[in-house]
Design a protein around this ligand. Structure first.
Ligand SMILES: NC(=O)c1ccc[n+]([C@@H]2O[C@H](COP(=O)([O-])OP(=O)(O)OC[C@H]3O[C@@H](n4cnc5c(N)ncnc54)[C@H](OP(=O)(O)O)[C@@H]3O)[C@@H](O)[C@H]2O)c1
Length: 274
């Protein structure tokens, strides 16, 4: 069967995507090739997903007809790109002009287009919850990518969560919010559980209550489309417990801390991209 989908880098993000792409039937195992240097990961990927693997990144470019997905660390990108020049030409001469999708943090469309000239490119920024199918991915199209390519990228990332399209100028802000956001939320869950323990709850129960409160509130807001302020107003009864807690959050500048965290992470992302 023709190889349609190529993955370069079968690590955490690459294999999470691969798993769901195959489960959801976007591509069949026999249509996938994965390039990965580590022998143990290659045999895992072969056994778990039934895909062909290689250590040769060029083989991915010369064989995959539809999509080439880059999931390597940004630090190795330049070295890899240099090795691929001939393979990219073969890809184009074979009439594939495969769509290149990159999830490399901080690697701009400008850099990607310099490396993969003439190929259509989509830059994407997923987040860690994608590994459990609950992520959100921002995508942005390069010069040679058309609406059909964007649709393909949407289809691929929708198997690991929601997808939004943004201009590339907003990718740093995406990194500051949804990219770094799982850490902020994890700290919040930990702190809520600590509060529960301080109030006398056993650690295990406090952890469960904290986690399910965050999960449940997110689900409620998502399903009802309630504005967060509206939900807050509904659960704060006059002179009650919740307004006493909210008052302490305001005193500690909780909102401002989150706003500043997103701004600081955005600025850091801009600095790292230079
Ligand atoms: N994890 C996230 O939540 C997240 C979110 C957004 C974006 N991203 C982006 O996703 C990319 C991958 O992140 P990750 O967390 O999945 O990292 P990872 O687990 O380290 O995966 C990278 C994989 O690429 C392999 N690799 C290294 N050199 C290679 C080469 N020359 N050719 C082919 N494969 C090579 C690595 O193998 P070895 O282990 O043998 O080096 C590893 O299996 C990064 O660019 C990151 O910026 C990740």
């Amino acid at each position: 069967m023709t190889i349609k989908f190529g993955l370069i880098g079968g690590g955490v993000m690459g294999s999470a995507l691969l798993s769901r792409i195959i489960t959801c039937g976007i591509y069949q195992s026999s249509q996938v090739i994965v390039s990965e240097p580590q022998a143990s990961r290659r045999s895992f990927l072969e056994q778990q997903y039934g895909v062909v693997t290689t250590t040769d990144n060029s083989a991915v470019f010369t064989q995959a007809t539809d999509v080439i997905f880059l999931a390597i660390k940004p630090q190795v990108f330049s070295a890899i790109a240099i090795e691929l020049v001939d393979a990219i030409n073969i890809n184009i001469n074979n009439g594939f002009s495969s769509l290149v999708i990159s999830i490399l943090a901080g690697v701009s469309l400008h850099k990607l287009e310099a490396a993969f000239a003439k190929l259509p490119i989509i830059r994407a920024m997923p987040n860690t919850p994608a590994t459990v199918g609950a992520g959100v991915t921002a995508i942005t199209a390069g010069t040679n990518a058309d609406s059909h390519h964007l649709e393909t990228a949407r289809k691929i990332f929708s198997v690991v969560g929601e997808v939004v399209e943004v201009p590339e100028s907003l990718m740093d802000a995406v990194t500051g919010l949804s990219g770094s956001g799982p850490a902020y939320v994890a700290i919040m869950v930990e702190a809520l559980a600590d509060g529960g323990v301080a109030a006398g709850l056993p650690r295990v129960i406090a952890q469960q209550l904290a986690l399910q409160t965050v999960l449940g509130t997110a689900k409620l807001l998502s399903e009802t489309k309630l504005h967060p302020a509206e939900l807050k107003d509904r659960v704060t009864s006059p002179g009650g417990t919740t307004i006493a807690g909210v008052s302490e959050l305001e005193k500690a500048a909780f909102r401002s801390a989150l706003i500043e965290a997103v701004k600081a992470a955005t600025i850091r992302s801009q600095e790292l991209g230079k």
